[in-house]
Design a protein around this ligand. Sequence first.
Ligand code: NAD
Length: 418
Amino acid sequence: MKSTIRDIALAPLGQRKIDWVVPRMQVLNMVRKEFEEQLPFAGKKVVICLHLEAKTAYLAHVIRAGGAEVTVVASNPLSTQDDVVAALVQQGIGAHAWYNATEEDFNQHLQLALDTEPDFIIDDGGDLVSTIHTTRPELLQRIKGGAEETTTGVLRLHSMVRDGVLKFPMIAVNDAQCKYLFDNRYGTGQSVWDGIMRTTNLVVAGKTSVIAGYGWCGKGVALRAKGLGARVIICEINPIKANEALMDGFEVMPMAEAAKFGDFFITVTGNTDIINKEHFVLMKSGAIMCNAGHFDVEVNVAQLKAIAVSERIARNNITEYTLAGGQMLYLLAEGRLVNLAAGDGHPAEVMDMTFALQALSLQYVALNYDKLSAKVYQVNTEIDEKVAMLKLQSLGLSIDRLTETQIGYLASWSSEEG
Ligand SMILES: NC(=O)c1ccc[n+]([C@@H]2O[C@H](COP(=O)([O-])OP(=O)(O)OC[C@H]3O[C@@H](n4cnc5c(N)ncnc54)[C@H](O)[C@@H]3O)[C@@H](O)[C@H]2O)c1
């Protein structure tokens, strides 16, 4: 199988990273066993477009265990780990990706992966689906469906449906409870602070963290900031989320006010232009900014560059911008997802649930595509609950079951019955 990677000699290092996560992804191990017996993807080709690190590598192995020929490609140019990709290629999985790919390389890699003519796809953020629809119309008939990983990708799919252009079914894995309650909240919460702390090596306690977006990810980032001893300010546009943040014990204000206070700024809205030049000029010297939303459009880097009098690399993954007033502002990982571009992403135990949902959702598409239409589907409740039960089982935990009396009680409506 053809691959386009940086250096196959890195494979042993990447294999070690994969070996570390496999025993920590017990739900996926159970799914793998089922796949080995049932071969749901026998004779089919799958292209996986995700952040290419160790947990994704294991998902690729699990899909292959289901009988598929698998090719992986990056969903972000800065999150690819070249050693992990090399290990995949050594194990016979196709890969087209390298760390720090230029935009041209990144698009070329997507095209090379699509040259394999997949039957099914997994996407993260919607770039693969959008590339197929805009540049590879000949594949639209062949691709039977796929699954989308993240909030931003699901939003893009919904707009494709609104515009009447989506041509195959996609499952919104992000919207499963076993995804956003754990991955978006606890995964992002932990890994964003891991990325910030390992990149800056600075203390969080006693400092002010400004978090833009109090959705599932923002809640996790705020919760962990509080746990680390920070003062937390939330910026929101949704009055309900703003009230929720307030009752969770955080301060709420617009970015124009918060800009003056922050030591750390974290954007995680899935929107664009969250921190702009009118905010940069208000910031304290030494302020550190980063983004955890899917695309690098939340911190307005173009405006930051335009108002800076100088720019230099202060430390690996940290760019220092000096403004005319003399204050120095720092941007982590060029404003790309800080937990993946400057870290290893979510913990393995969290991705265990997310990727079990991915694998089982793709199996659902493989078994049912003739009954599905070109729409966005929610993950089946049975799949969501199965992943939750397997997770408990893998932890050696069990829960109560409804008795017959309780089932009857919950289903009754009249006072006599009750
Ligand atoms: N870093 C990661 O590993 C990771 C993991 C999961 C999701 N994501 C990405 O993070 C982003 C957020 O995901 P989510 O699941 O939390 O979404 P969400 O929809 O639950 O939350 C987004 C929040 O941002 C708020 N918002 C929108 N525009 C805003 C603005 N201008 N100012 C302030 N707040 C604003 C919304 O009101 C909403 O509450 C998406 O891009 C998603 O794809 C990243």
